[in-house]
Design a protein around this ligand. Sequence first.
Ligand code: ZN
Length: 268
Amino acid sequence: MTLPTYEIYAIRYAKQDLRDEGHMFIGGQHGKMVQGLDFFTYALKGNGRNWIVDTGMTSGQAKRMGRDYDFLCRPSEALARIGIDAASEPDVILTHAHFDHVGTLGDYKTARFHIQDEEMIHVTGRDMTMKPFRLAYHPDDVKQLIDLVYADRMVFHDGDVEIAPGIEFVLVGGHARGQAVLRVHTKRGWVVLASDAVHVFDETDFERPFAIFYDLADMIEGYRSINQMAGHRDFLIPGHDARVTKAYPPAGPGMEGQILRLDLPPKW
Ligand SMILES: [Zn+2]
């Protein structure tokens, strides 16, 4: 049996043009502004169905975390532009539970959600008594995740699993305790959606650690294993790099910089 291939759509739903380097990298200089972050969710189309990856957030949810970003769309509305009805999609894969990845869970009214065991242990247990680990989680998001468990709508995974033929969910840890990445089979080969295991290429290019993490050694080991997994930067998609927005083609007319096709080759 040949492995199915998937189209990968990136929804760029928010951006931060400039970011304090001290909030970007360990050892970054406070007061020095550098290229900020783009914010994405993803959809996979293939083998006769769709998969959603992460749910983004709203401007209100960013504000209550004390973050000020520019919002471009609501991920579910962007999905509608490419023929995907969020309310009836069967599956959403969560790479981790930071506020900018689980903010609009309610838009996926019938979906099952997939998450790593380690991430739910992290956000519901002892780790959250340690304030530095709460920096990127909101209790209301976590409560919603627990509601999904009790509604039989949460599917737990322990480590590296094949979620479907051609879609692998790989536990990396480091940035978040249950941080996972996805390997997705496309016509041009396997593409790694690194999510926050790699926010920007500087992390994997120079082993420059991002400022928010659970375990520093695991995060840097993650950079190494992801580099190996991808094999080349054309197959590595960092979760927040504005270079991704510039390099990948739009999914259709009028979608430049908003909805991108990651299964097509980049132009750097
Ligand atoms: Zn994160």
